[in-house]
Design a protein around this ligand. Structure first.
Ligand code: PBG
Length: 333
């Protein structure tokens, strides 16, 4: 029997408000439960010791030296966040991004230090060249174009070097074709078959990454990333990208940014039923922070609402600069 019809036939008003009356009732019928163990916390690791340099366009986010990254990770763990996603700010850049696979670079050092201090922290590393190239592009340039296959070779070296340092998951964020398969093969050949791949499968060419490029010093010196990152207008293409990465061996697929792409998160989750991550990127964070600083919005509530909507769209893993703050709030702290 269709309850809607029944109510109608009896000339009753459907009173949805009955289930919204008290917080106890609301919690019984709540469909999405946000939890700190969904959060993955991005950190920017730099050289030196005792460095904690706030990123101007991302209040509350810091470039951290390895020792500080360890402390930040321990604090996040104590608040219930299971893992960190590491980005590196190398001492030196060159035109092929060779610091990306330097075993003593900030990311590799941080992986080892974090694994020493808290072995069960999930350590995920960003695999891309844009933080390591002098020109700020995601790969090796041929003229003004990022050359795909030689870039993939570099990404493979970076991923292997992260795995060697002890990373649990490598996360290629470059959007080169064929990199997931190449990384999987190289990891397996070297005995790293237990290291997982979280691929930025549907990564859009987005203006929401602006503040990140400040934080990571990775703004391209000319042009943009439209020849490899996806057109914001497309969603069928996102499914093809995700399918290809799964076929090549991705264990987790990622959609990025989050808030403007929640339809993509939902389609990816429904279509593939695969572990799915969504990245609430720097611009999303910065917008909330900036409006909150002006007193225009209620930051804690917007933070929780935006994270809840990402979970509701189907994300299993939520990458967010708010990981610690949101975890504290969920714990009532
Ligand atoms: C590439 C990378 C970027 C981000 C994560 N990985 C920047 C880009 O593609 O330009 C952006 C994350 C954010 O904006 O928070 N290494």
């Amino acid at each position: 029997m269709n309850p809607v019809k029944t109510a109608h036939a009896l000339d009753l008003v459907r009173r949805g408000r009955r289930l919204r009356r008290t917080s106890g009732i609301r919690s019984y019928v709540r469909e999405t439960r946000l939890s700190a163990d969904q959060f993955l916390y991005p950190l920017f690791v730099t050289t030196g010791t005792g460095v904690r340099r706030e990123v101007p366009s991302m209040p509350g986010v810091f470039q951290l030296s390895v020792d500080e990254a360890v402390r930040e990770t321990e604090a996040a763990r104590a608040e219930g966040v299971p893992g960190v996603l590491l980005f590196g700010l190398p001492a030196k850049k060159d035109d092929v991004g060779s610091a990306a696979y330097d075993s003593d670079a900030p990311v590799q050092s941080a992986v080892r230090a974090i694994k020493r201090s808290s072995p069960d922290t999930v350590v995920v590393t960003d695999v891309c060249l844009c933080e390591y190239t002098s020109h700020g592009h995601c790969g090796i340039l041929e003229g003004h174009d990022v050359a795909n296959d030689v870039t993939v070779d570099q990404l493979v070296r970076a991923a292997v070097s992260h795995a060697t340092a002890g990373a649990d998951i490598v996360a290629p964020s470059d959007m080169m074709d064929g990199r997931v398969g190449a990384i999987r093969k190289a990891l397996d050949e070297r005995g790293f078959e237990a290291v997982a791949i979280m691929s930025y499968a549907a990564k859009y060419s987005s203006a929401f990454y602006g503040p990140f490029r400040d934080a990571a010093g990775s703004a391209p010196q000319f042009g943009d990333r439209r020849t490899h990152q996806m057109d914001p207008a497309n969603s069928e293409e996102a499914l093809r990208e995700v399918e290809q990465d799964i076929e090549e061996g991705a264990d987790i697929v990622l959609v990025k940014p989050a808030m403007s792409y929640l339809d993509i998160v939902r389609r990816v989750k429904d279509t593939f039923g695969y572990p799915t991550a969504a990245y609430q990127v720097s611009g999303e964070y910065a917008m909330i922070k900036a409006a909150a600083e002006r007193g225009w919005i209620d930051e804690p509530r917007i933070m929780m609402e935006s994270l809840t909507s990402i979970a509701r769209a189907g994300a299993d893993i939520i990458i967010t600069y708010y990981a610690r703050e949101a975890a504290r709030r969920l714990a009532g702290r």
